[in-house]
Design a protein around this ligand. Structure first.
Ligand code: F6R
Length: 244
């Protein structure tokens, strides 16, 4: 495991964006697993800037987002479809036909939904999976549980996630209670993982995930078993970790 502590949010974002740009330059047909949330906003802005100055070309890539709320239309301002358009897809030359995000259509037809994982496999598997982390150690929307999940599925969000995400909605009652997510098995199949975390509110989950026992009660802890993971955290998120 590569565990990198950066001075601040900006340098965390820059480093993560550089790694993604390198990946796409090395393999212009890369399959990227993408995350939403506040943490990757800065790195997406850096990817857009790199594209604008001609440092990277996204025309050949395929993307699979980790997750989406159930019941929000793609045009809802808090949907992850909307987020991806706002922060990345509409600013760069990613082919929208190859930018996959879980959605209702896939879930209403269960066999089709199961093919979200199969579709990732058919695309050759994910070359680089970008992750954030929840305050309770969730990755994607895989919440603390008795078991690690395998493929894509629907989850009931925990109260702590609903509260954490309510900052982005007008009221806590508007936060959807369910979401679609890639499974832990899907995430672990990625050839390479980059996890980013910033701020004091992530300090406990970063310590517990990367320096504690591996347990489904802290879903990100399974990443300790990934063969190619880079954790990039700022000083605030690393403050409880036993690193120099
Ligand atoms: C979002 C996702 C979530 C977030 C996590 C942290 O696609 O997969 O696991 O990464 O909830 O969110 P932020 O970055 O908003 O703190």
């Amino acid at each position: 495991m590569e565990f990198i502590v950066t001075k601040d949010y900006k340098s965390m974002s820059t480093l993560a964006a550089e790694r993604i740009v390198e990946q796409v330059r090395e393999n212009p047909r890369s399959v990227l697993g993408l995350a939403t949330g506040s943490t990757p906003e800065g790195l997406y802005a850096e990817l857009v800037a790199a594209y604008r100055v001609g440092d990277v070309d996204f025309a050949g890539i395929t993307t699979f987002n980790l997750d989406e709320y159930c019941g929000l239309s793609p045009d809802h301002s808090q949907s992850y479809h909307y987020f991806m358009r706002e922060h990345l897809i509409s600013h760069v030359n990613i082919d929208e036909a190859r930018a996959f995000i879980p959605n209702e259509e896939l879930v209403n037809d269960r066999p089709a939904w199961e093919t979200y994982s199969a579709r990732m496999d058919a695309a050759g598997g994910v070359d680089l999976q970008l992750l954030g982390i929840g305050q309770n150690g969730h990755i994607g929307f895989n919440e603390p549980d008795d078991n690690f999940s395998k493929g894509c599925h629907i989850v009931e969000l925990t109260e702590s996630t609903i509260q954490a995400n309510s900052r982005l909605f007008d009221s806590v009652d508007e936060v959807p209670r369910r979401a679609y997510t890639m499974g832990i098995g899907d995430i672990m199949k990625a050839r390479r993982v980059i996890l980013v975390a910033s701020g004091d509110s992530k300090a406990e989950s970063v310590r517990d995930s990367f320096f504690g026992p591996v347990t489904p009660r802290i879903p990100a802890s399974i990443l300790q078993f990934h063969h190619n993971i880079c954790v990039i955290v700022d000083e605030a998120a690393a403050k409880l970790c036993p690193v120099g």
